[in-house]
Ligand binder design. Structure first.
Ligand SMILES: [Zn+2]
Length: 126
């Protein structure tokens, strides 16, 4: 019997991971300069270097790990999906970030699967 945990990592997470590794490398020059410039013991030099690094990299880390929250407003009704034709509960995205279809004259309603696909397209643009 095979057991395991599937680890799902998105492309965005991989990008963040490499940015974070690159950011860590940027702390090396600070450490080197502090060790070279200050005539202190190595623990004190490391503390000062980490303090300087923390003051700088707090802001950079914040940019790397910035989360964007997009609120999505849906409208549901009984009908037929415009994409696949499946009857039943259909829905449409009214608003998601800058995407705004509140005044849409010909709203398009989709089944759950097609609506999820459409939402992914919309979220790429917001
Ligand atoms: Zn559909």
């Amino acid at each position: 019997m095979r057991t395991g945990v599937a680890l799902k990592i998105s492309k965005a997470d991989i990008k963040k991971y490499f940015l974070y590794l690159l950011r860590w490398q940027c702390s090396t020059p600070i450490l080197s300069v502090v060790i070279w410039a200050l005539p202190l013991d190595s623990i004190s030099e490391a503390v000062i270097a980490n303090l300087i690094g923390g003051l700088i990299f707090f802001w950079i880390d914040r940019l790397i790990f910035k989360q964007v929250v997009v609120y999505v407003w849906w409208e549901k009704k009984q009908g037929r999906c415009v994409d696949c034709g499946k009857p039943g509960v259909t829905m449409r995205v009214i608003r998601a970030g800058r995407y705004n279809k509140e005044a849409d004259q010909n709203p398009e309603y989709r089944c759950r699967e097609c609506a999820d696909k459409k939402l992914r397209e919309v979220l790429q643009k917001v």
